[in-house]
Design a protein around this ligand. Structure first.
Ligand SMILES: [Fe+2]
Ligand SMILES: [Fe+2]
Length: 189
């Protein structure tokens, strides 16, 4: 699908705030790809489409995710499920074939152990893009994102854990696994 058509569809599928966020993530992901030696076009495309399913209802998301059945925690959470649904919508509606791009969309909410560079970039761009409402720690995270992808990722995962803790919710096992990956790395002599 051509870029203009994607924009047109996204604008219809998302509320104006979410659409502005989407463009912010696209730009931010492209910049980070440049900085860290990743494919710019893939990063920009994944950024543009990462929230393409975000404004659906839970049952629409469940339907869109179709055969790719989510675990129980994800299945009942719009905040988590829109990533899996988004992967399917990006593929089936926006015609994205590239598995790297689809995976970056798939993993942008939870992360997972052993993330690719592209997945990290989209995960982080989502957290630091300039249209996002400010939250504690975002400025420090932006600085890390300019210098070190893995330090930034470790910090972002800790912030996600603390955020979920503060809400009294359960941390998704994939996020825990991603975090443990980094903690284990740090514990090495
Ligand atoms: Fe999202
Ligand atoms: Fe997002």
């Amino acid at each position: 699908m051509k870029r203009e058509k994607m924009e047109y569809r996204l604008k219809k599928a998302l509320d104006p705030q979410r659409y502005a966020h989407t463009l912010g993530v696209e730009r931010c992901a492209r910049e980070m790809a440049q900085r860290f030696g990743e494919d710019e076009e893939k990063a920009a495309l994944a950024g543009l489409l990462h929230d393409c399913a975000k404004c659906m209802t839970l049952s629409q998301m469940q339907k869109a995710a179709g055969g790719e059945i989510a675990d129980p925690l994800m299945r009942e959470s719009k905040a988590l499920l829109h990533a899996l649904a988004g992967r399917c919508v990006a593929k089936n509606v926006y015609g994205v074939q590239d598995e790297d791009v689809l995976n970056a969309i798939r993993w942008h909410t939870t992360g997972h152990a052993g993330m690719t560079k592209l997945e990290k970039i989209v995960y982080l761009a989502d957290m630091i893009e300039p249209n996002r409402k400010a939250y504690p720690g975002v400025e420090a995270l932006r600085v890390l994102c300019r210098h070190d992808l893995d330090l930034a990722m470790h910090q972002a995962l800790r912030m996600s854990r603390d955020h979920v803790d503060a809400q009294g919710k359960a941390l998704h096992p994939d996020t825990l696994a991603a975090l443990e990956d980094y903690e284990a790395e740090r514990a090495k002599p």
